[in-house]
Write a protein that binds this ligand. Structure first.
Ligand code: NAD
Length: 507
């Protein structure tokens, strides 16, 4: 595979297999293989051996054994955190290798992926810190009794992650889970397994006990459903699409297993007339086109106040035309290819949907020219005739912005809320009242004012409505990934009825 740049290449595992109890399953074992494709060249770069339900069962058994009998849940927190810090350090030392594998497999530009790699290492560091500061509760109000509440690890987690930021999102799922003493089986996306598999290998090289993190690979309907439908897991952590989230919650619900679900979005980006419009344009471009437009938190519905809309949209379109589309390995590239062929076709199909709904294509609208191979798409923006169109209601998950105009802030808030999703909302404004109103009235898990995505791991992140169930974050992750236990001990001898003794109560 040849890329146009001088970025040094790293070895690619010729066949990615499950990692169970710290050991990679032999590639020679047979089974069903899927091709792993590089979206920039459309060439296969590796094979993925799909884990069948029996292999998934082995992985769950390894996680179960590590939880029920292994050192991890019982380890002194300082020792556990030493391992989490060793993982952080080893992943950092391999940052360029992981970034290269991630770019090769996802098509996300290298400079962006480097940021995600920093996020990956911070996930382990941060949740180690959270776990080490967890505390319980004590109650003494019932006279003569001491009641205390402790948090314990919850057990074995089934974790499922998507392809749009494999390392950042898989590491988030793993770190929030294992930092509290749990064990897990992770199934990453079948489209983008390469860097995640290497990350799991590196975690074991850092001293992680076998069975704490197990990896299975394969399609959602085969490997994923065997994992989340198992009665031997204790919880499910899922990041991915809303449709899949619904199926996963049903499967887990059949066994009464709790779920945390981070799902899709169709977030509004409100540009109010008082905004610093230069910054708002920068923010709107980053909001929709970074990560090749494939982000749950994209500001994909751009709402502009009518009196500033004309010049704002004109300038946005001009900047969109100048975006540097190209080899994702090149550090100057701003937009790379979409992740896989069917996804490109799906995103492109929304251009026709837009036209049929009366939308006007302002820029883009087709495959990007000048590339013999690769799933490249022109960054696209469409003027939408109404928010009640499919292009404004459905998550497109590509470099595809819709524009709408509004007159009053109340109207903008009502458009923002007219969505089945509620992940985030952006506001660009210098008006404090407007910021306070949007923060109060928009039904979304996160509101960003005058900034594109800033993720503070301390704060909860997750969605209202069909954007999710539960939250990631310091307190919320601790709540989801631990069980509460209440212990009551009398300080004085408890008053007990002496049943069957014929002598009343024991004082
Ligand atoms: P997807 O739902 O198609 O797949 C996600 C994962 O689920 C994959 O690993 C897939 O193999 C697995 N899967 C599919 N069917 C399954 C089943 N029946 N049982 C178990 N597992 C199954 O999502 P995607 O296309 O990989 O990712 C894009 C979606 O993820 C978008 O909707 C995006 O908004 C969402 N997302 C959300 C967040 C968030 O934090 N809210 C972050 C990133 C992505």
């Amino acid at each position: 595979m040849v890329h146009a740049t001088a970025v040094p290449a790293f070895p690619v595992n010729q066949k990615v297999t499950s990692i169970i109890a710290g050991e990679a399953i032999a590639a020679a074992r047979g089974g069903f293989d899927l091709q792993v494709i590089c979206p920039a060249t459309e060439e296969p770069v590796s094979l993925l051996r799909e884990a069948d339900p029996d292999e998934v069962e082995l992985a769950i058994a390894a996680a179960r054994n590590a939880f029920d009998h292994g050192p991890w849940p019982r380890m002194d927190i300082n020792d556990r955190n030493d391992i989490l810090h060793a993982i952080r350090d080893r992943l950092r030392a391999h940052a360029e290798e992981l970034a290269w594998l991630e770019v090769l497999n996802t098509g996300i530009p290298l400079t962006h992926v480097r940021g995600q790699i920093r996020r990956m290492t911070r996930n382990f560091e941060f949740f180690a810190e959270v776990a080490s500061t967890l505390s319980g509760e004590v109650y003494t109000q019932s006279r003569g009794y001491l009641t205390y509440v402790t948090r314990e690890p919850k057990g074995v987690a089934a974790l499922v992650s998507p392809w749009n930021a494999p390392l950042a999102l898989s590491s988030m799922r793993i770190a929030t889970c294992i930092a509290f003493g749990n064990t897990c089986v992770l199934k990453p996306s079948e489209y983008t397994p390469l860097a995640v598999a290497r990350m799991v290998e590196l975690m074991h090289e850092s001293g992680l006990p076998p069975g704490v993190v197990n990896l299975v690979n394969g399609r959602g309907a085969v490997t994923g459903s065997a994992l989340v439908g198992s009665a031997d897991i204790d919880m499910v952590g899922f990041t991915g699409g809303t449709r899949t989230g619904r199926m996963i919650m049903q499967a887990a619900g059949a066994n009464l297993k709790p779920c945390i679900l981070e799902l899709g979005g169709k977030s509004a980006n409100i540009i109010e007339r008082s905004a610093d419009l230069d910054r708002a344009i920068d923010g709107a471009l980053v909001g929709i086109y970074s990560n090749n437009g494939q982000q749950c938190l994209a500001g994909s519905r751009i709402l502009v106040q009518r009196d500033v809309a004309g010049s704002f949209i004109e300038r946005f379109v001009e900047r969109t035309r100048k975006l540097r589309i190209g080899d994702p390995m090149a550090t100057e590239t701003e937009i790379g290819p979409l992740a896989y062929a069917e996804h490109l076709q799906r995103v492109l199909s929304y251009v026709e949907v837009a036209r049929s709904e009366g939308g006007t294509v302002l820029v883009g609208g087709g495959r990007a020219g000048g590339f013999e191979r690769g799933y490249y798409m022109q960054p696209t923006a469409v003027m939408a005739p109404s928010n009640r169109t499919r292009i404004c209601q459905e998550e497109i998950f590509g470099p595809f912005a819709t524009f709408q105009t509004f007159d009053t802030l109340e109207e903008a808030i009502s458009i923002a809320n007219d969505s089945p999703f509620g992940l985030v909302c952006y506001l660009w404004s210098r008006d404090l009242d407007a910021a306070m109103k949007v923060s109060r009235d928009v039904r979304a898990g996160t509101v960003w004012v005058n900034t594109p995505m800033v993720r503070d791991l301390r704060a909860p992140f997750g969605g209202f409505k069909q954007s999710g169930v539960g939250r990631d974050g310091a307190t919320s992750s601790a709540e989801f990934f631990t069980e509460l236990k209440t212990t009551t001990i009398p300080i004085d001898a408890a008053v007990l009825p002496r049943l069957g003794s014929g002598s009343g109560v024991h004082q």
